[in-house]
Design a binder for this molecule. Structure first.
Ligand SMILES: *Cc1c(COP(=O)(O)O)cnc(C)c1O
Length: 424
C-alpha cells in the first residue's frame, strides 16, 4: 500500500496498454487464450491488510466469503495471510481445506445446510454455524448430540433493514428468506442456551451485497446490539459479534465507504456501547477480491443493425453473469488503445439468450480480433460461471509482480462430458 493507505490500482494503463501489476494483459490473452480471468495478488492482499489495519488492537477475525471467488489459488493466498472463511456449502469447506485454510477459522452460513454438510463441518471442527432457522437449530443440535459434541452456534438475525441495493442481493429485509426473524431471535437464543448439544458463541447478520452507503450497516449494527444487550439481561452472553459482509465497490461512479471507514464505523459503535470484550467478525467477499480481477475477452466480430452496433465477443453470460442477472454495469476497456473511429457498441456474447449481454452502449475504438478487459470482475465472476451452451469455463491466472501463475486450466470438452453417458 502507498502512504495514503489506499491500495495501488491493480490494473493500470502504460503507453496505451493495460497492465495487471507488471504484466501486459495483451500478452496474457495470447499466452492463455480468452476468455480469461486475471487476478492481482497484491490487490487481494492489500484489501485484506486494510481490514486487518482497521481491526488492529482488537480481537477480530476476517472471514472471507468464499462464494465471491472460490479458486484455490485465491483461497490459498488468503489462508496464508491468516484470513478466516465464511462458507455456504460443504463444497466450499472442501475448497478451504484443500487450499490450506484452517477449519477453526471457518464460519458456516446459508439457509439450507444439509445433514451431511452439518456432520462434516462438525467433524472438521469449524468455528461457528451461523444458524438461519429454527429447524436448522434443531438439526445441528441433534447431529452434534449423535456425535457427542457441542456445536458452536450463532444466530443469523434478520435486522429488517433496507440496504438500498439490488433486490436480488438485498438479504436483510423482513421478506427475505435469510436469517431468523428479529422478533423470534431472543426466544431461539434462550432455547439454544439451554440445549446441552449447543454452545451459543455469537450473533451475526448480513444485510446484502454491493451496499454503497454506511447508514444501513450502522442501523443493522444498532439493531444487533439492542438484541445483544437484551440477551445479556436474560443471562445469555455472546463471545463474538459478526457483522457480515456486503461492502460495495466502485464499478462505475458509486462511492462506497472505504474498508477502513466501514470497519471503523462498526468498531466505534460496538465500543461506544461497551462491547469491547467481544470478538469482532466480518465476512467480506466482493470488497476483498472484486477490484483485483479482470475478465479478458476477444472481439469475434462487429455487426451493425437497425438498433445499433454489436461487438460480439468470446465471453458470455455463462462466464460473467452479473449484467444478465442484476443488469450490472461493468467497465469494459480495450486492452490496447487503437487509432480507430469510436463507435457505440453493445458488447454481447455468443450464448442463445437475449439476456446475454456484458455491457451496453459503450463508445469504443475497436475491431475484430481486439482484446477487451472487463474490470472489477474478481468477485461473483468465475464463481458464478456455468457451462450453458456447452461452453468450457475460462482459465484463471494470478499475477504477482512480473510473475504469472495459472491457477485454473481452461476447461475442456472432455471435462464437460465426463460423467455423462449414452444409453446402452
Ligand atoms: C455473500 C455473503 C457475504 C459476502 O458478501 P459481499 O457482498 O461479497 O461482501 C457475507 N456473508 C454472507 C452470509 C453471504 O451470504
Amino acid at each position: 500500500m502507498s502512504d495514503t493507505g489506499q491500495a495501488a490500482a491493480p490494473f493500470v494503463r502504460r503507453g496505451g496498454d493495460l497492465y495487471c501489476e507488471q504484466v501486459a494483459l495483451q500478452g496474457l490473452a495470447q499466452r492463455f487464450g480468452t476468455p480469461l480471468y486475471v487476478y492481482s495478488r497484491r490487490s487481494i492482499l492489500d484489501a485484506l491488510q486494510q481490514y486487518e489495519q482497521a481491526l488492529a488492537g482488537r480481537a477480530a477475525l476476517v472471514c472471507y466469503a468464499v462464494k465471491a471467488n472460490s479458486n484455490l489459488g485465491v483461497l490459498g493466498l488468503l489462508a496464508r495471510a491468516g484470513s478466516g472463511f465464511d462458507i455456504v456449502s460443504g463444497g466450499e469447506l472442501s475448497r478451504v481445506i484443500a487450499a490450506g485454510g484452517a477449519s477453526s477459522r471457518v464460519v458456516f452460513s446459508g439457509v439450507g445446510k444439509t445433514a451431511p454438510e452439518i456432520e462434516r463441518a462438525l467433524r472438521a471442527g469449524i468455528r461457528c454455524f451461523n444458524i438461519e432457522s429454527e429447524f436448522e437449530l434443531q438439526q445441528v443440535s441433534q447431529i452434534a448430540g449423535r456425535l457427542g459434541q457441542r456445536a458452536p452456534v450463532s444466530l443469523r438475525v434478520n435486522p429488517d433493514i433496507d440496504a438500498g441495493t439490488h433486490p436480488y442481493i438485498a438479504t436483510g429485509l423482513k421478506s427475505s428468506k435469510f436469517g431468523v426473524a428479529y422478533a423470534q431471535a431472543a426466544q431461539l437464543y434462550r432455547r439454544a442456551h439451554a440445549d446441552p448439544h449447543l454452545q451459543v458463541v455469537g450473533i451475526d447478520c448480513h444485510i446484502g451485497s454491493q451496499i454503497s452507503q454506511a447508514a444501513p450497516f450502522e442501523q443493522a449494527a444498532d439493531r444487533l446490539l439492542d438484541l445483544v444487550e437484551q440477551l445479556e439481561r436474560d443471562g445469555v452472553r455472546l463471545h463474538h459479534l459478526d457483522f457480515g459482509g456486503g461492502l460495495g465497490i466502485a464499478y462505475r461512479d458509486e462511492t462506497p465507504p472505504s474498508i477502513g471507514q466501514w470497519v471503523g464505523a462498526i468498531r466505534r459503535r460496538v465500543d461506544a456501547r461497551g462491547h469491547q470484550d467481544k470478538v469482532l467478525l466480518v465476512e467480506p467477499g466482493r470488497s476483498l477480491v472484486g477490484p483485483a480481477g479482470a475478465l479478458l475477452m476477444r472481439v469475434i466480430g462487429l455487426k451493425g443493425g437497425a438498433g445499433g452496433n454489436f461487438a460480439v465477443v468470446d465471453a458470455a453470460m455463462n462466464d460473467q453473469l452479473r449484467p444478465a442477472l442484476y443488469e450490472a454495469w461493468m467497465d469494459v476497456q480495450p486492452v490496447t488503445e487503437r487509432a480507430l473511429p469510436r463507435r457505440t457498441y453493445d458488447i454481447v456474447g455468443p450464448v442463445c439468450e437475449s439476456s446475454d449481454w456484458l455491457a451496453r452502449e459503450r463508445p469504443l475504438a475497436i475491431e475484430a480480433g481486439d482484446v477487451l478487459a472487463m474490470l472489477s470482475a474478481g468477485a461473483y465472476g468465475m464463481s458464478m460461471a456455468s457451462t450453458y451452451n456447452s461452453r468450457c469455463r475460462p482459465a484463471e491466472v494470478i499475477v504477482d509482480g512480473s510473475d504469472v501463475h495459472c491457477v485454473r486450466q481452461r476447461e475442456t470438452i472432455d471435462d464437460l462430458i465426463a460423467g455423462e453417458s449414452v444409453l446402452p
